[in-house]
Design a protein around this ligand. Structure first.
Ligand code: ADE
Ligand code: ZN
Length: 331
C-alpha cells in the first residue's frame, strides 16, 4: 500500500550529485573505454569499499570514481543512466548538481562536462518527459578564488545552468568563506543553494541564510540544535533538501528510526526527500522514501506532503508547481 503510493507519487529531486549516481558497472565500463585502471578488480570489490564513517571517507572515494570521466559522451552516459532511474521511480523533475572543479582540475574542459550533461537533459525531456535543470557546485575545500574562476568559465554556458551551490568537506569551510563569489553569482541571476548543517554546526546554516542568501538549504538536519534557527526556517518557509540514506551511510544518524525528518515535517518545516549520491548510499528516490516510511511510520498524508514540498521547493514556474501539486492531491 505504502509502496504503491510512493511509486505513484510524482516527485521532484532537488539534491542529487550527478557524480554520485555513478554506478560501479558503468564506472568499470567507462574506465575500460578510456583505458584507465581502477584500483579495484571487480564490481564486488568496489561495493565493499563503500563503507563510510563520515563525509570525508566518502568524498575520497567519490572523487576517485569521477576521475574516469573524460569525454562528453562519458558525462552524457552518466546523466542518462540517472534519468532512467528517475523514470523508474516516477521522478518527473530533477535539479542536478555537478562539480565542475572535480573535472576541470584534471584537465577536462568545462564545455565537455556541461555539453554532455545538458544533452542528456534534453533527451530526458524528449524521450522520458522528465524536466531538469543543472546547478553547479563550488568545492568548499578549495579557495574562493578558484570558485571565482569557475564562475567565469560558466559565463559561456549561462543559459544551461540555473543555479550555484556549495558542496564537499563542510567542517572548517563555512559559507562565510564564499560570500563574495555567491554575491557575484546572485548578481548574475543564478538561483542560490548551499550544503549546510550536514556535519557542520547550526552556525553554518545561519551563514548560508544571512551571508549567501540561499533559497534552499541542502541537508540542514542539524538545525534542530538551535531553536532560534528553527523559528527562522519556519518563518521563511525555507526548504531543506534532506537525504535520509546518505545521512545513515555517512553516520550523520546511527539508525533510521532516529532520523529527524518526521519531526521536522511535523513542526511545519518544508523538508524534501532526496538521494544525494545514490550509487554510493544504497538507493534512489523511492528507496529513500521507503526507508523513512518504514522506519518512521509515515502516514500517506505525510508521504504526499513530502512530494508536494519537493515541487514547492523547486525552481519550476508557479504554473508547473501547481500542476504537479494538483496531481498529488488528486491521488
Ligand atoms: N558531494 C557529494 N555529496 C556530498 C555531500 N553529501 N555533502 C557534501 N558534499 C558532497
Ligand atoms: Zn549533497
Amino acid at each position: 500500500m505504502t509502496h504503491t503510493l510512493i511509486q505513484q507519487l510524482p516527485k521532484a529531486e532537488l539534491h542529487i550529485h550527478i557524480e554520485g549516481s555513478f554506478e560501479p558497472e558503468l564506472m568499470f565500463h567507462i574506465a575500460q573505454r578510456n583505458h584507465i585502471q581502477l584500483p579495484y578488480h571487480s564490481i564486488d570489490e568496489v561495493k565493499q569499499a563503500y563503507n563510510f564513517h563520515n563525509l570525508q571517507s566518502f568524498l575520497d572515494i567519490y572523487y576517485a570514481g569521477a576521475g574516469v570521466l573524460l569525454h562528453e559522451q562519458d558525462f552524457y552516459d552518466l546523466a542518462w543512466a540517472y534519468f532512467e532511474k528517475c523514470h523508474a521511480d516516477n521522478v518527473v523533475h530533477t535539479e542536478i548538481f555537478f562539480d565542475p572543479q572535480t573535472h576541470t582540475d584534471r584537465g577536462v574542459a568545462f564545455a565537455t562536462v556541461i555539453n554532455g550533461l545538458y544533452r542528456a537533459c534534453q533527451d530526458a525531456k524528449n524521450r522520458l518527459g522528465i524536466s531538469s535543470s543543472l546547478i553547479m557546485c563550488f568545492l568548499r575545500h578549495l579557495s574562493q578564488e578558484k570558485a571565482f574562476e569557475t564562475l567565469k568559465q560558466a559565463e559561456a554556458f549561462r543559459d544551461k545552468i540555473i543555479g550555484v551551490g556549495l558542496d564537499s568537506s563542510e567542517v572548517g569551510h563555512p559559507p562565510n568563506k564564499f560570500k563574495e563569489v555567491f554575491a557575484e553569482a546572485r548578481r548574475q541571476g543564478y538561483r542560490i543553494v548551499a550544503h549546510a548543517g550536514e556535519e557542520g554546526p547550526p552556525e553554518y546554516i545561519w551563514e548560508a541564510l544571512n551571508l549567501l542568501h540561499v533559497e534552499r538549504v541542502d541537508h540542514g538536519v542539524r538545525c534542530e540544535e538551535d531553536n532560534a534557527l528553527m523559528e527562522r526556517l519556519k518563518a521563511d518557509d525555507m526548504p531543506l533538501t534532506v537525504c535520509p540514506l546518505s545521512n545513515l551511510k555517512l553516520c550523520v544518524v546511527n539508525d533510521m528510526r532516529l532520523h529527524n525528518i518526521k519531526r521536522l515535517l511535523e513542526q511545519g518545516l518544508c523538508v524534501t526527500v532526496n538521494s544525494d549520491d545514490p550509487a554510493y548510499f544504497g538507493g534512489y528516490m523511492n528507496d529513500n522514501f521507503t526507508a523513512i516510511a518504514q522506519s518512521l511510520e509515515l502516514s500517506d498524508q505525510q508521504l504526499k506532503q513530502l512530494a508536494i514540498n519537493s515541487f514547492k521547493a523547486s525552481f519550476l514556474s508557479d504554473e508547473q508547481k501547481q500542476m504537479w501539486i494538483g496531481r498529488i492531491n488528486a491521488l
